[in-house]
Ligand binder design. Structure first.
Ligand code: SF4
Length: 407
């Protein structure tokens, strides 16, 4: 749980960068950049990786990202899997030296979605954009002012956030376009073949309807996730591993229903506020709370975005996100060989479809429910803390025990 007396910008939910892992590649790179900025005169660095960063860092290419950032000759990397009593499951320590003299030492926590926190330093309250940190509080503001959730975001972040969200939308579209036109094998050793183009070609043969939705939305989710797995440019939503769900729903629904780009930008703002609530009150980190925190959150964001696009009311939007998150409670993070490939890519496609289903249920049943989004978010966090460590991005349990070589 990062901060509950307000929230930061939704820019932190949608980061444009390279995959395959926001917590294992983006955040460590950001930590290294921070260290290099603070001691630009350092001659060499040592980086110690602990917890999930140590256990799945090689599969996630954490070492590659660090070497790329600092320079291969200037850094030594240590994978320490044995250290316990960590302040966070994704902890890293950066030391800098001039000759033999240690001139710098800082511990960084990768808390999900590419965000880093310096351990022991206070959160920067001045960067808080939102005063509210629970859906019930946001609902009160939105109802009092008679505005939509998207307008609530623009009111707090300023209209310049729209410009950024247009860039987010363009990157999502570009990533999918590249993905559905790419073939071959995803690097990493599992020999996983790219499948987005196969699904897309099949989907193009179908008339609009349920079957087309399944093929096309899956194709888009595979496309974004496969690009991420290949280390290409993508947008976190809210993480790299879960970056296929929201773009798949947005892009397919735009083709199917003709929504404008402006509407999609507003829908991304709505998705962002849902992701922000989960990040600030629970977690979006697989290492901290399992895949329910990554793909469960992505599903909730996509459901809220589609509900908004459909013109549903506030209660229906909240209910869509709540249903999408609720039914992934307890979902484990167990990537085979520590790669963001199996089950991650396929799971993005499955969750895009679940997001749409959640909206259908919410549309009909929202006024009969007994559970709020806030309470599911809290439950997700508590459940995540109860999930044994082997199911939290350590590649020690579940599917990760299948040391298979796939087609
Ligand atoms: S299983 Fe889920 S949480 Fe774990 S790496 Fe894959 S997408 Fe991320």
């Amino acid at each position: 749980m990062e901060f509950v007396n307000g929230m930061y910008s939704i820019r932190e939910i949608f980061r444009i960068g390279r995959g395959p892992s926001s917590s294992h590649t983006m955040a460590p790179s950001n930590a290294c950049l921070t260290a290099m900025r603070e001691v630009p005169y350092a001659e060499r660095f040592e980086v110690y990786l602990y917890g999930s960063l140590a256990k799945t860092g090689k599969g996630h290419r954490t070492d590659y990202a660090i070497k790329k950032t600092i320079g291969e000759d200037k850094v030594k990397i240590f994978f320490d899997e044995g250290k316990n009593d960590l302040p966070h499951p994704n902890t890293m320590c950066i030391l800098a030296y001039n000759g033999e003299e240690k001139i710098y030492e800082k511990t960084f926590l990768s808390v999900g979605g590419g965000t880093i926190i310096v351990y022991g330093e206070k959160n920067k309250k001045q960067n808080l954009i939102y005063r509210e940190a629970h859906f019930s509080d946001i609902e009160a503001v939105v109802r009092k002012k008679g505005i939509g959730l998207d307008e609530y975001v623009f009111m707090n972040e300023g209209t310049e956030i729209k410009e950024y969200l247009y860039r987010v939308l363009e990157r999502m579209r570009e990533t999918i376009n590249i993905g559905i036109n790419s073939e071959g094998v995803i690097p990493g050793g599992l020999k996983v073949k790219r499948k987005a183009k196969i699904l897309f070609d099949e989907g193009n043969k179908k008339a609009f309807g349920h079957e087309k939705e399944i093929y096309m939305m899956s194709a888009f989710a595979y496309a974004a996730s496969e690009e991420n797995a290949c280390g290409e440019m993508m947008v976190t939503a809210p993480t790299c591993g879960a970056s296929g769900v929201l773009p798949a729903v947005l892009m397919f629904k735009q083709i199917e229903r003709g929504y404008s780009d402006e509407s999609l930008v507003s829908a991304i703002a709505v998705a962002g506020i849902i992701g922000n609530l989960i990040k600030h009150n629970a977690s979006i980190s697989g290492a901290e709370c399992g895949c329910q925190a990554e793909l469960g959150s992505a599903c909730a964001m996509a459901a809220a975005a589609f509900a908004f696009l459909k013109g549903l009311n506030l209660s229906q939007i909240e209910c869509s996100a709540e249903i999408a998150l609720e039914h992934h409670l307890g979902l484990t993070c167990d990537p085979i060989n520590g790669l963001v490939q199996i089950p991650c890519i396929e799971r993005n496609a499955a969750f895009a479809m679940r997001a749409v289903d959640a909206v259908s249920l919410a549309e009909m049943l929202h006024d009969k429910r007994k559970i709020s989004l806030d309470s599911v978010i809290e439950t997700m966090y508590n459940t995540g803390r109860d999930i044994p460590c082997i199911y939290r991005e350590t590649s020690e349990g579940g599917l990760a025990k299948l040391k298979i070589v796939c087609d």
